[in-house]
Design a protein around this ligand. Structure first.
Ligand SMILES: Cc1ncc(C[n+]2csc(CCOP(=O)(O)OP(=O)(O)O)c2C)c(N)n1
Ligand SMILES: [Mg+2]
Length: 544
């Protein structure tokens, strides 16, 4: 038994080993000692204006990097992150939350300790609901084991975990666990082979198969296996909105984004007419499936947690291995010209200079503005719905909270993206309502000299909600979003009302390599994309 390392040293080493290089957060007295340890370590701390901002940033960092981390103080900081951590749970982002806490020796002091709620377990209990594993490092004998257990769960389940570090344990020496032997998989090969055989038979008997790819393809880094399957079969594929751009949308077999009844009708028609829908790594959510009832008798459904063919359920099927083996089995099955390739909507945009800009025209124009090797970050609202039809170019990815749909994601998420890849110039699209929730995190772009191009779709309120039920509650104050650079001390602000002004702004943004650009795009308050139109017709019926 060796006790050469402190708990904080072991935690920092474990974060590094897992792939964390940056940690987002705000200090407080319960966590300041650990912040000081972080500062003296190879990990870089990234400060934000609020803990929610830090959590959204860490979530996006996790999605891009494969794992992310967040460090905050007890309750006032921790509870500020709950909404964002819940989003990470819902959408499977592997995020490690580290919170400071009252010291072990303080627990029985007899005082009411500042920031605490009902008792000193309250925050721990609240985090149980939004994380897959939790631990409190209050015992030097098992602290390191607990760190290993919890971080392994984060990696395995691609969901947030919670580590609570009492402030008097930061420098405690801990017992280092012996190196673990690789545990060989004990998965049942008979079950796997039966599932594979049944899948292959169903696909071979079909005439119009199609693949729906979801977010787990990216989370579990299965793009190579997915591509091989496409290559070996020639089948068309669509993605869900949460899985948008899992692989290049320039791929010749890409047929669009499937959002059921709310999405592109042409894509929906193809899925409806297919006699074999192969769903890989997609979450069955209302936003992904757009309330469409897929015919289970035509469906193969494989995710990291669940596998079924029609109504036959199989346990313990590894998603990656399944896609890999399926590609092998179907190697000689290649069906050419199975579908007419959907024409990319990159048709030439002819500007109508004096026309007020509309959301439809904005996205049409944006289609040819998004460069290769970049990222598009979207918030919730019509920016999400409208952007579902964007054709994302080569090596560019798309990031948006398309299932949990919490407003306020995009600006801090962009910080997370840029912390990992500071050379990128992300295209960020955010509604005015969502911007008002977390837009102050722009300050970090000035602070860390990051250069995204941000479009604020300023329709003077909650247009998505206007179509569900209108009322004064949907109107918000019309901010001068383009003047934010004056407040935060850096950045280029531009204002756009017509197509001509949009054109000019795009050029200026492209040429501005010094700082971030924020473009205030004025839209009519009732202007909506086709997708939002379909969505509100369907969901509006449920709101009586
Ligand atoms: C944190 C949060 N609060 C409330 C909602 C409910 N909601 C969904 S869309 C929306 C309006 C979004 O407004 P804005 O960002 O301006 O986008 P727009 O609909 O105008 O395009 C609201 C309030 C939400 N999704 N998230
Ligand atoms: Mg709005």
């Amino acid at each position: 038994m060796t006790m050469e390392t402190t708990i904080s040293e072991y935690l920092i080493q474990s974060l590094q080993k897992a792939g964390v290089e940056h940690i987002f957060g705000i200090p407080g007295d319960y966590v300041i000692n650990f912040f000081s340890e972080l500062e003296n370590s190879p990990l870089k701390t990234i400060g934000t204006c609020s803990e929610q901002g830090a959590a959204f940033a860490a979530d996006a960092y996790a999605r891009i990097n494969g794992i992310g981390a967040l460090c905050i103080t007890y309750c006032v900081g921790g509870l500020n992150t709950i909404n964002a951590v819940a989003g990470a749970y819902a959408e499977k982002a592997p995020l490690i939350v580290i919170s400071g806490a009252p010291g072990v020796c303080e627990r029985n002091s007899g005082y009411l300790l500042h920031h605490s709620i009902r008792d000193l377990d309250s925050q721990f209990n609240i985090f149980k609901e939004v994380t897959v594993a939790q631990c409190r490092l209050d015992d030097p004998l098992n602290a390191a084991y607990e760190i290993d257990r919890v971080i392994s769960a984060c990696i395995k389940y691609k969901r947030p975990v919670y580590i609570e570090l009492p402030r008097d344990m930061v420098h405690s020496k801990c017992v280092i666990p012996p190196p673990k032997n690789e545990i060989l998989s004990s998965k049942n090969t008979d079950i796997f082979n039966e599932a594979l055989k049944e899948t292959v038979a169903m696909i071979k008997a079909s005439k119009k198969p199609i693949i729906i790819g979801g977010v787990e393809i990216r989370r579990y880094k299965l793009q190579k296996e997915f591509l091989k399957l496409l290559e070996n079969t020639g089948y068309p594929y669509v993605t869900t909105i949460l899985g948008k751009s899992i692989i290049d949308e320039s791929h010749p077999q890409f047929y669009g984004v499937y959002m059921g009844k709310i999405g592109d009708p042409e894509v929906r028609k193809y899925i409806d007419e297919s006699d074999c829908t192969i769903i890989l790594g997609a979450l069955m959510t209302d936003t992904n499936m757009g309330t469409a009832q897929l015919d289970i008798s035509k469906t193969i459904y494989a995710t990291a947690d669940k596998f079924c063919i029609k109504h036959h359920y199989f346990n313990d099927i590894d998603l990656g291995e399944f896609i890999y083996r399926l590609a092998q089995e179907l190697e000689s099955e290649k069906k050419e010209n199975l579908f007419n390739k959907k024409i990319n909507n990159n048709s030439e945009f002819v500007i109508q200079p004096e026309n007020p800009i509309t959301i439809q025209r904005f996205f049409e124009r944006l289609n040819s503005f998004i460069p290769e090797d970049n990222i598009v970050v979207c918030d919730v609202g019509d920016c999400l719905f409208g952007s579902s039809g964007l054709t994302i170019p080569k090596n560019t990815s798309y990031l948006g909270p398309a299932y949990y749909t919490s407003m306020g994601y995009a600006i801090p998420a962009t910080l997370g993206v840029l912390t990992k890849n500071p050379e990128l110039r992300p295209i960020v699209i955010v509604g005015d309502g969502a911007f008002q929730m977390t837009g102050h995190e722009l300050s970090c772009f000035a602070h860390y000299n990051l250069k995204p191009i941000i479009f604020v779709l300023n329709n003077k309120g909650y247009t998505t909600q206007r179509y569900l039920k209108d009322g004064d509650y949907n109107n918000i104050q019309d901010w001068s979003y383009h003047l934010f650079p004056q407040i935060v001390g850096d950045g280029l602000g531009l204002e756009v009302k017509t197509e001509r002004k949009l054109e000019e702004a795009l050029l200026k943004a492209e040429n501005n390599i010094e700082c971030f650009t924020i473009i205030n795009v004025h839209l009519d308050k009732y202007d909506k994309s086709d997708t939002l139109g379909r969505l509100t017709t369907i969901f509006g019926k449920n709101i009586v």
